[in-house]
Design a binder for this molecule. Structure first.
Ligand SMILES: Cc1ncc(C[n+]2csc(CCOP(=O)(O)OP(=O)(O)O)c2C)c(N)n1
Length: 368
């Protein structure tokens, strides 16, 4: 009748490669091509500037509520850069940079947050799912896709993104459990940005790390500095390679920070201090990567300026296309079209009420 410690393997690690000063640990530095390094930087800058522009557009009433990504560029781009086009990317609602990397046009993102269904349409051949709003629901979709890939004996991998808050949902646990039991090629990327709206990480879970949640499901788990694009890429590449070669799922916790508001409907000054934000601003993923690329001789101030201008011009063109397109789309009555073969009585009533309301509004505008 022994009483003894259980033997539980712990493959958990923490990984950081590039520090806040842009100094690299050469023994861990991944061997990435110049093209890939510069592409990562370009998309980090594009993601940040697009985010800033979206905030202005939202404040001007030209798009609706959206979830900013500021501070999370490295977590998203380091991860998707490890995928092949044939792999699946299953986003939450804060993956704008990842979506752009995968090929979603900026105007689609604007259309989505502008309230147009058409923004959820994924370009032909691109294997991404649309934005998921119900927290953690997308993890199950990713596991399903990965399970299908395994069943069909393709070598596709499904990578899904979610926040620290999502780890408290039942869907999270069901997804990890199924993925581990059936060894599906799924890569779970948790962007631990420290806050789930106003709930801090400390009130989300007693676990010292989120990565350790992988242990319960007997899958590899790793915690990485999520503001270090080289560390995120390294962890993601190992996870994708393992998944592709039949090694099953991995859980990656990216320790990062949401530098802006949860969504544009939120006021973070009500629950967090300016000092906390300032502390994380010093860990900015773009600044440290920029320093690294300058030290490597791949960037200089002229190239930095040129890339910013290039991003701004692409953004300006996308906003123009969005505003032109939005003139031709968006009959609100369409929202009733695709749910039921035959609309139930209460929805017929709601459709009629909306139709009447829109007509009245139109007449009022005409008389105004
Ligand atoms: C099932 C469900 N419950 C509640 C909400 C409302 N809600 C939207 S975002 C959010 C917090 C999500 O936090 P986290 O998972 O950490 O992701 P983050 O927003 O920080 O990226 C909540 C509670 C929702 N969308 N879905």
């Amino acid at each position: 009748m022994p009483r003894k410690p259980l033997e539980v393997d712990s493959p958990l690690e923490f990984l950081a490669i590039l520090d806040e000063e842009g100094l690299v640990d050469e023994s861990l530095e991944p061997k990435l091509s110049q093209d890939l390094l510069l592409k990562l930087y370009r998309f980090m800058v594009l993601g940040r500037r697009f985010d800033e522009r979206m905030l202005q557009l939202q404040r001007q009433g030209r798009i609706g509520t959206f979830a900013p990504i500021k501070g999370q560029e490295a977590s998203q781009l380091g991860a998707v850069a490890a995928l092949e086009p044939r792999d699946w990317m299953v986003p939450c609602f804060r993956e704008t940079a990842a979506q752009l990397w995968r090929g979603t046009p900026m105007e689609s993102v604007l259309l989505y947050f502008g309230g147009f269904d058409e923004g959820g349409r994924i370009p032909e051949g691109q294997k991404d799912l649309p934005v998921a709003i119900p927290v953690a629901s997308q993890l199950l979709h990713a596991v399903g896709l990965a399970w299908a890939a395994k069943y069909r004996k393709t070598d596709e991998v499904a990578m899904t993104f979610f926040g620290d808050g999502a780890t408290s949902e039942g869907d999270f646990h069901e997804a990890l459990n199924f993925a581990a039991v059936y060894q599906t090629p799924t890569v779970f990327v948790c962007q631990n940005n420290q806050w789930a709206i106003s709930i801090p990480r400390s009130k989300q879970t007693r676990s010292r790390t989120l990565a350790q949640k992988a242990l319960a499901y007997e899958m590899p788990g790793i915690q990485v500095d999520g503001n270090d694009v080289l560390a995120v890429y390294t962890a993601a590449k190992e996870a994708v390679d393992r998944a592709r070669s039949g090694g099953g799922p991995t859980f990656i916790e990216c320790v990062t920070y949401r530098m802006a508001m949860h969504t544009t409907a939120d006021d973070p000054s009500r629950y967090r201090s300016e000092e906390e934000v300032a502390q994380w601003a010093r860990k900015d993923p773009i600044i440290r990567f920029e320093k690294y690329l300058i030290a490597k001789g791949l960037l200089d101030s002229k190239a930095i300026e040129a890339m910013a201008l290039e991003a701004d011009s692409a953004i300006q063109q996308a906003v123009k296309r969005y505003e032109e397109l939005s003139q031709t789309l968006g009959d609100p009555l369409q929202m009733f079209d695709h749910h039921f073969e035959q609309l139930p009585a209460h929805l017929l009533e709601q459709r009629e009420e909306l139709r009447r309301y829109l007509k009245e509004e139109e007449e009022e505008t005409r008389h105004a």
